[in-house]
Design a protein around this ligand. Sequence first.
Ligand SMILES: N[C@@H](CCC(=O)N[C@@H](CS)C(=O)NCC(=O)O)C(=O)O
Length: 310
Amino acid sequence: MTEPILHHYPVSPFAEKARLMLGYKRLAWKSVQIPLIMPKPDVVALTGGYRRTPILQVGADIYCDTALIARALERIAPAPSFFPQGDTYVQQAAAHFADSTLFWNTVPVGFTPGTGMMKMFFKDATPEYLAAFGKDRSAYRAGSRRGPAHECKANLVGLLDRIEAQFSAPYLFGAAPCYADFSLYHALWPLWLPEDLRPMIARHPRTLAFMERMSAIGHGKSSEISSGDAIRIANTSMPEPVKDPVALETNGIALGAQAAVMPIDTGLDPVIGELLNASANEFVIRRTDPRAGTVHVHFPRFGFQLNKAT
Ligand SMILES: N[C@@H](CCC(=O)N[C@@H](CS)C(=O)NCC(=O)O)C(=O)O
């Protein structure tokens, strides 16, 4: 099997979710360090425009969004499963809430200038870089609102109490981790990783024990390669043929037609190419890049929009 390649950077919580999912599957993987801010020419060579972090590459197949990365990894390595009690609504709801609402409350607190993640990861950053970072993230968030830290801190008081109350077992829904645990872990990571913020979590002993337990899963075995090497791997690989393609609710866009897929919330950059699949769980777009060759770019259905290519 082609080793999966994760394109990521250390400070990204969603990348931490993917690293831990790879560790849980005990997969050997390759790691490509990507820029934190635009431009990201080598990411875009693979995705065709999608810029969010992380992406997972398997040969010439590119998986965008950690929800779909989880499903791709589940296919590659079915055991241990991310869905030990089945792929149910309540687990997806818990994962989605953590990836969106909880995440957007922990990030403004965890990334407050001069503290937490900023102190850990950006202590040597120049004022010019910090200004460029701020500008990049404002553009990336487009019209979506990020609350001020005091509002998020207030929300977190109630949220952390409820998370603590949920733990009657080692993990959210029982004795083994499920997909939602990886989402909860990464959303709380910006408050748990930096020692100066950890007391917010440590006030909740079961949540603290959960974070320690999840962190102990580790990242598995990875080796660094360059983004140029990853592009060469895509170029010399054949994308996996799509099995049983369907055009579910495409609003008139036929399979084989040119289409545009992009997120509905942040990083609204369309990926344009031939629509190969629009199933209940996944969009697949085929596109050809001068450097990466022909690739299949995969997106989850939920959280993404399909439009006619203009
Ligand atoms: N729903 C996406 C969210 C990914 C996301 O928001 N990632 C952040 C980093 S934690 C990001 O893309 N930031 C902008 C960037 O890296 O360019 C997922 O599950 O992968």
